[in-house]
Design a binder for this molecule. Structure first.
Ligand SMILES: [Zn+2]
Length: 432
């Protein structure tokens, strides 16, 4: 049983000026508290929330006696989270200044500080009593309500001062039982595509990550150099320009779309997803080397992990099991003969050194992930001789098994799962 949580952002309606002012005051006091607590925690190297609370509760309570007492708790939680990550950086020698800056603030609420009030409003405890705030529910919000996700007691609010609105972060939780698996869906994540193997047919989803990641990388570098020269290393204007690059959002979009597609496909077929097991920090051993090629590699590795993590998150939501197998040699050995495949000049098509068959690199990887998952231990080079008839027939069957169906980004991003047509194609091929 997996516990899955999702945070949903809703906006309140525009608040009356007087009411909004209460929240501005609240935010001010909360910010002061967090600032003092962070300073104290960093100065005294206090990392635990409970210790921070034990040490500072009475003092904070007496200074901010007009606030409901639980704001001291949540401020302590907030502050200890900030202090912890700052101290971690400091230990690594990566913290820029002596103390962390408390710039952006969201007010943390616990079960004593807020309550849902029907489906479209919440009540928030303040120094001026409980205030009812209406919000605008959206489609996504109703989706969680209708699918019986439960609201948790943690929430956060941010102030949008320009529009006099509250931005409310609600967290939903659901317990989801993992389904039984009836097969495997291997997924190979590459620089420029994500390839899956469903019932013997490989589909290659073009993601264009290479262009996106590298393009932004070099663009960002150029912007940095230009603004550093003009305004110095810590200029606000540089940060603003960098923030405007929509890299994160674009990557985020592609990640969730591909994850959705894969997980829904696995869910429909009741398959487990098979992924390569990447190291915890797939690139940390390369950080010191600066050769361009390796730098690229490092950047891509980071995005591989991102896609894998998104698939894992989505799979949890659907109760789809995820299996990790050892990535060793997955694209180097022929799935039929376990002999090396020779790729010429960085080509993605290679020739089996024993059987002479032509293989697409990403399809090879998928087959090997599949075979490793079937064998269960994920470490030994697979040999199809020991596998069941179905698999060997698919493997030795038509040439189609060696070639992926390439799907351009413009096409698949509109799909919800793999279209049924593919299944029909496979059956046809097997009959032949
Ligand atoms: Zn071979």
């Amino acid at each position: 049983m997996a516990r899955v949580t999702r945070t949903i952002i809703v906006r309140s309606v525009k608040l009356p000026r007087k009411m909004f002012r209460v929240f501005v005051e609240l935010e001010g006091m909360y910010r002061n508290m967090v600032e003092q607590l962070v300073m104290y925690a960093v100065r005294n190297w206090v990392k635990s929330f409970t210790r921070l609370k034990a040490l500072k509760y009475h003092e904070m309570r007496s200074i901010y006696s007009q606030l409901p007492s639980h704001y001291v708790y949540t401020a302590c939680q907030d502050a200890s989270t900030r202090a912890k990550s700052f101290l971690r950086l400091k230990k690594l020698g990566l913290a820029g200044r002596g103390y962390p800056e408390v710039r952006r603030i969201s007010i943390w609420l616990d079960d004593h500080l807020w309550k849902p009030n029907g489906y479209t409003s919440i009540k928030i405890a303040t120094h001026k009593g409980r205030i009812k705030v209406e919000f605008d529910p959206h489609k996504q919000y109703w989706k969680y309500i209708n699918r019986r996700w439960k609201l948790t007691s943690e929430a956060k609010i941010k102030l949008d001062k320009k529009n006099k609105q509250l931005i409310v972060y609600l967290t939903f939780v659901k317990k989801i039982e993992e389904r039984k698996r009836r097969g495997y869906l291997p997924v190979d994540v590459n620089e420029n595509n994500v390839t899956i193997l469903a019932d013997g047919v490989a589909s290659l989803f073009e993601t264009g990550t290479k262009k996106l990641v590298l393009g932004y990388y070099y663009h960002r570098k150029k912007v940095q150099e230009k603004y550093d020269k003009l305004y110095g290393k810590r200029s606000r204007i540089k940060k603003k320009v960098l923030r405007k690059l929509k890299e994160r959002r674009k990557k985020h979009d592609i990640k969730w779309k591909i994850a959705n597609l894969i997980v829904r496909t696995a869910c429909e077929k009741q398959y487990a997803i098979v992924l390569e097991k990447l190291g915890r920090k797939p690139a940390s051993n390369m950080i010191r080397r600066i050769k361009d090629k390796q730098l690229r590699h490092r950047i891509f590795q980071a995005s591989f992990k991102g896609i894998q993590r998104t698939i894992k998150e989505k799979a949890k939501e659907y109760g789809v099991p995820v299996i990790y197998v050892n990535p060793r040699n997955t694209s180097k050995l022929c799935p039929i003969h376990a002999s090396p495949i020779n790729y010429d000049n960085s080509s993605r098509i290679g020739k089996c050194s024993k059987g002479g068959g032509l293989w697409h690199r990403d399809v090879v990887a998928c087959w090997n992930l599949f075979l490793k998952a079937l064998r269960g231990d994920g470490s030994i080079a697979p040999s199809p001789a020991e596998l069941n008839v179905d698999v060997s027939r698919m493997l030795f069957g038509t040439k189609a098994t060696h070639d992926p169906i390439a799907l351009p980004r413009g096409l698949w991003t509109r799909w919800k799962s793999l279209p049924q047509i593919q299944h029909a194609t496979v059956l046809n091929k097997m009959r032949r």
